[in-house]
Design a protein around this ligand. Structure first.
Ligand code: CUA
Length: 369
């Protein structure tokens, strides 16, 4: 008989208890969820909106999870089969229209509400920084980012992104090879870099500091190391940086003037060895050595590839040249093959290659540059 009462219909008192359990557990779950610091610092004007959205999602989903889990656990406890009941069957029941209406309507309302919220938020975020503001072209390739912008009519190409605080910037994102994803966690926005098309997003950095630019799309062996930096500075400091970057960048032509123009510091037509090492040649697609390799003289510290100060110690200029042009010939112990781009022989001009080899040779063998 005891069995009988335990399996009878759920009484009003049990219902009240279940509701109290769900409410209590939801309150605890929401409090814990909101107490956790999920994200890095808010570095853009829209970051707080994204974080609020996250909180709303959390508040909406915890009670649903708790409610479902409570019903499941209660049902298992109350109606599981006991020894000797193998042959028994439950009472025959037909569907409950009222119940079905409720369990269809409730999720529909919740999901429609969240969809509407996220759509409005997305449109708002995409619109917020005015178009026609500063444009930065971002180029992703295995396994480095290059950033190009125009300031005072001059093109600045770097592998470290520098931006002024409080000024909207639009990124036009490209890829040279496979799909990458341009992401600065502090800004809360990311967009894929897709070969053949230009993707965009706009953001207004609101906090000075240095943040990581992360590739958020698995793109090959070096994916995890495809990280560079963005530095957000006050507008005055940005102007100074621009002045420094554009100083001496005289005429428009880079190409054929060669080395013969040697009039003072005015000619920056040919990047020097250190510039090539640190920034590569984005015009032709040559990745920078420094984004993957540590070399003391250049001040780089990435560990995607071997530390050149050690790896190239035994090599002369010809050997270093060979390593750059045919990186597959000798793979350093502990590093993967096919990680280093194999096309430096094409992307660097013979002159650039010579400059780079001389620079690396001097650097790893203690010469000054
Ligand atoms: Cu580029 Cu992952």
């Amino acid at each position: 008989m005891g069995e009988e009462t335990r399996r009878g219909p759920v009484t009003g008192r049990t219902w009240v208890m279940l509701v109290v359990v769900v409410l209590l557990a939801s309150a605890i779950g929401i409090a814990l969820g909101l107490a956790i610091d999920w994200f890095p610092a808010q570095g853009s004007t829209i970051a707080s909106k994204i974080d609020t959205f996250w909180d709303v999602l959390l508040i909406a989903s915890v009670p649903i999870f708790v409610g479902v889990a409570t019903v499941v656990i209660f049902s298992i406890w109350r109606w599981h089969m006991r020894p000797g009941e193998e042959e028994l069957d439950g009472p025959p029941t037909h569907g409950s229209t009222r119940l079905e209406v409720i369990w269809t309507a409730l999720p529909t309302i919740v999901i429609a509400g969240l969809c509407a919220y996220s759509t409005v938020l997305l449109l708002d975020i995409q619109d917020s920084p005015a178009r026609g503001t500063r444009v930065v072209n971002v180029v992703g390739q295995q396994f480095a980012w290059t950033f190009a912008t125009n300031e005072n009519g001059k093109r600045i190409v770097t592998n470290r992104l520098v931006l002024p605080k409080g000024e909207a910037v639009q990124f036009k994102v490209h890829s040279r090879d496979v799909i990458h994803d341009f992401w600065v966690p502090e800004w809360r926005l990311k967009v894929d870099a897709v070969p053949g098309i230009t993707t965009k997003y706009s953001v207004t950095p609101s906090k000075t500091g240095t943040y990581q630019v992360v590739c958020a799309e698995l793109c090959g062996l070096g994916h995890a190391f495809m990280r560079q930096f963005v530095t957000v500075v006050e507008p005055a400091a940005y102007a100074a940086w621009v002045a420094k970057q554009t100083a001496g960048a005289g005429g428009a032509g880079a190409g054929g003037t060669g080395a013969g123009t040697g009039a003072g510091g005015a000619s920056a037509a040919q990047p020097d060895g250190k510039q090539l090492f640190v920034a590569g040649n984005p015009q032709t697609g040559a990745t920078s050595c420094g984004s993957c390799h540590t070399m003391k003289a250049a001040g780089t510290s990435s560990q995607t590839g071997p530390n050149l100060d050690e790896f190239l110690k035994q090599d002369n200029a010809a050997g270093i040249r060979e390593m750059i042009v045919s990186p597959g010939k000798e793979i350093a112990k502990g590093y993967g093959a096919n990680v280093m781009p194999p096309n430096y022989g094409q992307t660097l001009s013979p002159q650039e290659l010579a400059t780079l080899v001389t620079y690396i040779d001097k650097s790893v063998h203690g010469g000054k540059q």
